[in-house]
Design a protein around this ligand. Structure first.
Ligand code: UDP
Ligand code: MG
Length: 312
């Protein structure tokens, strides 16, 4: 088996058939063995029905369907797909036709002809979104690259093809809170980045709202950096230093110039400011603690209710 196509699907009922037929056009005549691993990530539309029909239709099937017990998110779906794939190469591709299957073939050719690479990742050439969104994303990449030891390639997507060795390593990184872009960077290996043009979604809507993206970005930062935890130490040191200087000033004013310091408003403002900083820092510690707590339970990354497969 040369290639496994891992396709996460969440409410993609109107995209699956077109995705399948378009992908078949690319791979059916290419002379090597390949398989599909669809993950139904707890969809609440007819996605599973459509997938099951596709599975039943194909007599000589090369399809595996992993049916999650609920929605676990794209990261878990990718994990399950890689874990249940057997190809020498694995491709991650969305079900919504935003990523053309032809590009998978191009990325595969790179791995075939340039053996020094273990992974090929597509990045968006021109982002088709508002300039505010592009600005936020660019800020996120700068921030995470500054805060963490890993380097994230700006605009790199989850659209990638990689070797079995990389796939095996990804599965071994069994952390619960998964941030794939970071994990792929963290494991190392040689990655080639190729530009691609993202297409319009064929049907349905994106599952990413702005708040979800912000949460995802913060998760990414906490997953790969512990620097925010040091924020409390640094702000504490800074405010103590300022306080000591101010204390000296007040004493000198009182002793030598007989100035009594007044200022109810200043005190209230300062109490609120310091209180705010403290709560903010406790919040940061809390979010790391919460992740440690969940991880310590060793819950599975996904739960499959049913796996339909041609593999024996
Ligand atoms: N997806 C998933 N689980 C989720 C959300 C999304 O498996 O909880 C899948 C979705 O079906 C699609 C891919 O992940 O195949 C990318 O999602 P989407 O198109 O919403 O993201 P975008 O392309 O807008 O970044
Ligand atoms: Mg999409």
């Amino acid at each position: 088996m040369k290639l496994s196509l891992v396709v996460p699907c969440y409410n993609e009922q109107d995209n699956i058939n077109i995705f399948y037929s378009e992908t078949e056009k690319v791979f059916a005549g290419c002379g090597f063995e390949y398989e599909y691993v669809f993950i139904n990530d707890g969809s609440n539309d007819k996605t599973m029905k459509v997938l099951r029909e596709l599975y039943d239709e194909k007599v000589d099937s090369n399809i595996t369907i992993i049916h999650f017990s609920r929605n676990f998110g794209k990261e878990s779906a990718i994990y399950a797909g890689i874990e249940n794939s057997i190809g020498d190469y694995v491709a991650l591709i969305d079900a919504d036709m935003q990523q053309r299957p032809e590009i998978v073939l191009e990325m595969l050719n790179i791995l075939d002809t340039e053996p020094e690479y273990d992974c090929v990742t597509a990045y968006q050439d021109r982002r088709k979104e508002s300039s505010v969104m592009t600005g936020f994303k660019s800020f996120f990449y700068k921030l995470i690259n500054k805060l963490s030891d890993i380097k994230l390639y700006e605009n790199a997507s989850d659209f990638r093809v990689f070797t079995r060795k990389v796939a095996k390593t990804i599965v071994e990184v069994g952390e619960y809170h998964r941030f794939s872009k970071g994990i792929f960077s963290w494991i190392g290996f040689n990655t080639k980045f190729v530009p691609y043009e993202v297409q319009e979604r064929y049907a349905g809507e994106t599952k990413w709202s702005f708040t979800k993206l912000v949460k995802y970005a913060l998760d990414g930062i906490t997953a790969f950096s512990t620097k925010p935890l040091k924020l409390a130490t640094y702000t504490g040191m800074l405010s103590s230093f300022v306080a000591i200087v101010y204390l000296v000033v007040v004493i000198i004013q009182r002793l030598f110039f007989n100035v009594a310091v007044s200022g109810y408003a200043t005190i209230v403002a300062l109490i609120l400011l310091i209180g705010g900083i403290q709560l903010f820092c406790i919040g940061i510690i809390g979010s790391y603690l919460a992740k440690t707590y969940i991880q310590s339970k060793h819950r599975p990354i996904y739960i499959a209710k049913e796996i339909l497969t041609y593999k024996k």
